[in-house]
Write a new protein. Sequence first.
Length: 257
Amino acid sequence: MKTIITLMTDFGSEDGYAGALKGRILSINPEARLHDIGHEIPPFNIAHGAYALRTYFFEYPEKTVHIAVVDPGVGSNRDGLVIRCDGRWFVGPDNGLADLILYDRTYEAFKIRTKAVSPHLVSQTFHGRDIFAPVAAALSLGQFHRDWFEPFTYKPRQARIDLGTGRIPLLCADHFGNLIFNLHHSELVGKKILKLSYKNFSTTLICPYFSAVEQGQPLFLWNSAGFLELAVNQGSAADYFNPVESEVLLSTECDEV
């Protein structure tokens, strides 16, 4: 079956790890259509991987299988995870990597029974190849092996906005140096922003696009994935605000009816 399988990891492209992942998938489903999202997520940076996954997960058609592996806890007691959400599959570690695809969504979550998938596990340090690849390949063939999975209630791990204190945690800095925070615009429906503050920069304004301010000046905006972003027009917010702090302060009030 020519099902799409996407791959996003922190493996890099120098050492053959991404190739091993692809090879294991293709040895099970030679007709799988493998799409490299990228293998350059900063090593061990789960929050960055979670944000990246959110940007493309729903852009692919239904039945797509998304493998995402940023897994500093590989081989420990952390579980492997399969989630079915909006007709698409996530396969990867249960460490918060799937959090951001689940906003306002209905989904089913399953723990992976590692010994059922791979009774003779080759490596405790490469579950991407030995566990997640076979699971994704089977799903791409339309095979849901019930003895491989255990239903459970998924608990998000990424730090979320605290509307009581107004603290919004940083998710990551993207390729452009834009700072992305864990606040989705849908969470402020019915509220008016009074002020956003980050280090020595404060504003009451969410700009509609980057060039709404002069070149080299900072601004807040809702980015293409709907998350709060602090950018610098034609520059890098990560450089501008170096050292980068871990949160934005937000003050709001309810809109008048």
